[in-house]
Unconditional design. Structure first.
Length: 362
């Protein structure tokens, strides 16, 4: 049994990134060689210096939807906040709601009168409901117009704390969030959180990497709010891991399998890509085109089958994301790297800086 408390660390609140870097590729980059524990500090636009011709970057092309909706509950007339989680069928969604105690089965929520409304049809669990929308016009077009970017709760809290406000129902969304909380290669809509390691890549950087012989491939994993779910149990093995939908195309499977056959490195961009590949891979690391759901929990002791290197952000204490990174980079190495990142004032979490874990001899 492994105690969750091992994955705790102290993070000053001013290191939580409230906004993205001025330019995507200008984030800082901490490079960790897991074979030696050596650390180097750089900028993300230099990531190509640590890669080589033949490497295969695998990225998550999921697209974040404007999943946060602000409305008025009926009866009562109070404010209601809805976060879309998963579409069960057209216009029927599993959602998170606030305030949970006041939104009951049979209630209606009005987002824009006679244009977009919903009825609560089923109680799912604490804080979750099944609701059916009615809309005038195209659903997705209305969502783009009315919905807000589902920024992580820690970004909203950091912005509120910075402004010394307590507007619990104010999205605090900036105009740039709609673009910057989205990767440049996003194309398959369905996530309520961004695959944040991919946020550092620009179209120009990807083009430059390809010109150097570094290949790219894409998987899709739709990220749900469970990615932010705190681990409240004492032992890692007791944590109920959230489930997320993924798919891997035949083209991507072929590229990954060919790279394995040629002894070329598979570099996962983000923990969501890792979970998808490791779920789908057989014991030899081969991938078959597939789709399904994964609830794979990766923690120290896990034997990786598919990936050789990892691009990732700096994650919350006691989170399953940090556990995954520790499993790949080595627990002592990662915790030491986090200590140094705090000391060097790296920016943390979704809009924060990046880490590359790769055997490099640095």
């Amino acid at each position: 049994m492994m105690e969750v408390s091992l994955f705790d660390y102290a993070l000053p609140e001013d290191l939580i990134a409230r906004f993205p870097a001025r330019e995507r590729t200008h984030s800082r980059l901490l490079v960790l060689d897991p074979s030696t524990g050596a650390i180097k500090h750089d900028r993300f636009f230099h990531i190509g210096s640590y890669l080589q011709s033949g490497d295969l970057l695998v990225m998550n092309d999921t697209k974040v939807i404007p999943a946060r909706l602000m409305g008025q509950r009926i009866p009562g007339g109070g404010k209601a906040e809805v976060l879309l989680i998963r579409e069960m069928e057209p216009l029927l969604w599993r959602v998170m709601v606030r305030p949970g105690k006041k939104i009951q089965t049979g209630n209606r929520i009005v987002f824009q009168p006679k244009i977009l409304e919903a009825e609560v049809v089923q109680y799912s669990c604490r804080g979750e409901r099944l609701i059916r929308f009615t809309c005038q016009g195209d659903w997705w077009a209305l969502l783009e117009k009315i919905g807000h970017t589902p920024l992580p709760p820690y970004i909203l809290k950091a912005r509120r704390d910075h402004l010394h406000t307590d507007f619990s129902h104010t999205p605090l969304e900036e105009e740039e969030d709609r673009e910057r909380y989205q990767t440049v290669f996003a194309r398959d809509k369905g996530s309520v959180a961004a695959p944040t390691a991919g946020l550092h890549f620009s179209a120009e950087l990807l083009s430059d990497l390809r010109s150097r012989g570094i290949d790219t491939a894409f998987i899709t994993l739709h990220i749900g709010p469970g990615t932010f779910k705190p681990v409240t149990v004492e032992n890692v093995e007791d944590h109920p891991m959230h489930s997320e939908i993924y798919s891997i195309s035949g083209e991507t499977a072929d590229r990954i399998n060919k790279a394995h056959e040629d002894n070329r490195r598979i570099i996962a961009v983000g923990t969501t890509t890792v979970r998808t590949l490791e779920t789908a891979a057989d014991e030899e690391g081969r991938i078959t085109p597939c789709s399904g759901e994964t609830s794979l929990l990766i923690a120290p002791g896990y034997r990786f089958k598919c990936i050789n290197a990892l691009v990732t952000n700096f994650h919350l204490p006691r989170s399953t994301l940090l556990m995954l990174v520790c499993a790949f980079g080595g627990f002592p190495n990662i915790m030491k790297a986090y200590e140094e990142a705090v000391r060097e004032k790296y920016r943390f979490y979704s809009y924060g800086d990046a880490m590359l874990i790769i055997n490099q001899g640095i």
